[in-house]
Design a protein. Structure first.
Length: 524
């Protein structure tokens, strides 16, 4: 079976200096439906780009026996029909067809010779069956013939995503590298894509949607501070195994730490004993005897100390550098007063309703999930609640003096220094860094310029900013985009325990089921 092999692979960035991988060993069977998981900043996208040959390793070896195909990518010409985008992602079939037609029109000997060669190339790449294969893949993803005839640039972001993913699976001998395909997909779109991927073989997928991963993968490739591990399992099965591993390593680490402290105390006691014997030399009459004995004891103590130091070093090397999960804690909400009331509310755009009118009430500590298909107006409804100048029908009432904290789809703080941003916003540094640490973001990361951070790290900053802001209601628009799997679980636990008053738009089914107390579905 074809494989992807990484041997002692190293890679890092120079600005700012940052090692992503050091001596990474990994083997991936290209028949797997594999999910790539790990904390934000651990190198998931970097690994995909290395396998796709978009990045070159700084050391080690990378061996491929398949042709990698990477998502997302930009079509060369988004104005052509979507069918052409799909087929030309495999090979330049349209250009070959035009050239073959021109050569036949020419009819000369040289033209016919070139035509014969080009026909062979066209056939070898599956040119005579590419249209049928493209149509089948697109149909499985819910893209009908009418959509395929439209220019790619006129499709919605979700439709574009499905078309590009379809193109990854219409070529023989290829391996798909799929980075966050669910970002622009609603719940129905995610279900359809998960079903499609579950029927394929040969891909490495990065996604932070746990239900989506469970639907379509049969292996997990997990990146951690210690390297990479591979488990044949669904996401849920792997997560349970990983929890058990963390608990076992935690107990083992505590035992090793106790042994290290005991060894260090013993070494310190022996040194103190030798020093005390040395001090006894001064008042003693037989200084030669005492001196020899003190020197002998000091030499023995130093020898024992060196052995202890070696044992301590050995024990420290056994301590696992685990990705720690720290519990998030915020002040729990109190009171039950009604904060938001909507009655037959809808948003008007270009003279029409974006969605059928909805009614709901939000009291302190309640969490309202806004669901609906792509384009149904979910973000616009959040905008109406936030006081943006939108044309509406119906009534929305906010409690007097209501304070809002808004986390948008695109993070607010993406440039400059974090310390400066916190100071200008009047937010408490210690509380902010405690929340970020609980989400797996280390202090050295937070010292970097904001524009050098990963999308997931920037998103966590956006969420932490709202969590510590003095607000009565949080408005979150797709808060989990690019946020790693472990941090999603941390956020779920936080929302359940602290019970902030929250209105959110999200497509992660597990998150919705875990935290929402009410649901509003927008219908067009």
């Amino acid at each position: 079976m074809p494989t992807i092999i990484l041997r002692k692979l190293s890679f890092g960035y120079s600005s700012p200096p940052h090692d992503v991988f050091k001596n990474l060993d990994l083997l991936i069977d290209t028949g797997w439906r594999a999910g790539l998981v790990g904390r934000n900043g651990r190198g998931k996208t970097t690994l995909l780009r290395l396998i796709a040959r978009e990045l070159a390793p700084l050391g080690g070896e990378l061996t491929l026996t398949v042709a990698p195909r990477y998502f997302p990518f930009r079509p060369a010409d988004p104005t052509v029909p979507t069918t052409e985008v799909i087929r030309n992602a495999v090979a330049p079939f349209t250009a070959w067809e035009r050239r073959m037609s021109a050569l036949l029109d020419d009819g000369g000997d040289d033209a016919l010779a070139e035509y014969t060669t080009l026909v062979g190339t066209y056939e070898a790449h599956g040119g005579y069956s590419i249209d049928a294969r493209a149509m089948r893949a697109a149909d499985r993803l819910g893209l009908d013939a009418r959509l395929l005839e439209r220019s790619f640039g006129t499709l919605s972001p979700g439709e574009q995503t499905r078309a590009l993913v379809a193109s990854l699976f219409v070529a023989d001998g290829s391996f798909a590298l799929i980075d966050e395909p669910t970002n622009h997909l609603d719940l129905d779109g995610r279900e359809r894509l998960a079903e499609f991927l579950s029927e394929q073989s040969g891909f490495l997928l990065v996604s932070h949607d746990r239900a989506f991963l469970d639907r379509c993968i049969d292996h997990v490739v997990a990146l951690s501070a210690d390297g990479a591990t591979v488990v044949r399992a669904s996401y849920s099965e792997w997560r349970e195994l990983d929890r058990q591993r963390i608990e076992t390593e935690g107990r083992r680490n505590e035992s090793l730490k106790r042994e290290i402290r005991s060894l260090e105390r013993a070494a310190h006691a022996r040194r103190e004993g030798a020093l005390a014997r040395e001090r006894d030399k001064a008042p003693h009459t037989d200084k030669g005897f005492i001196g020899r004995r003190a020197a002998k004891q000091m030499k023995r103590a130093l020898s024992i100390e060196k052995r202890v130091e070696r044992r301590v070093a050995e024990r420290r090397s056994l301590l696992r550098n685990a990705d720690k999960e720290r519990a998030l804690k915020l002040d729990a909400a109190s009171g039950s007063e009604r904060l938001v009331v909507a009655n037959n509310l809808t948003v008007i755009r270009e003279g029409r309703r974006l969605f059928e009118p909805v009614s709901f009430m939000l009291s302190r500590g309640e969490r309202l999930a806004i669901l609906g298909r792509n384009g149904a107006g979910k973000t616009s409804l959040l905008g109406a609640l936030s006081g943006r100048q939108l044309k509406t029908e119906g009534v929305v009432k906010l409690a007097r003096g209501l304070r809002l904290a808004i986390a948008s789809q695109s993070p607010s703080w993406v440039s400059g220094r974090l310390d400066d941003r916190l100071r200008d916003a009047g937010l408490d540094h210690e509380r902010f860094f405690n929340v970020m640490g609980s989400l797996g973001v280390r202090g050295d990361v937070l010292d970097k310029p904001l524009d050098t951070l990963s999308a997931g790290e920037q998103k966590k900053i956006e969420l932490a900013r709202t969590l510590i802001s003095p607000a009565d209601v949080l408005l979150w628009d797709e808060p989990l985009n690019a946020v790693d799997l472990e941090s999603r679980e941390q956020l779920e636990a936080l929302v359940r325990s602290a019970a902030p008053t929250l209105v959110f738009v999200e497509h992660d089914r597990w998150f919705i089921e875990a935290v929402a107390t009410e649901i509003v579905v927008l219908e067009r």
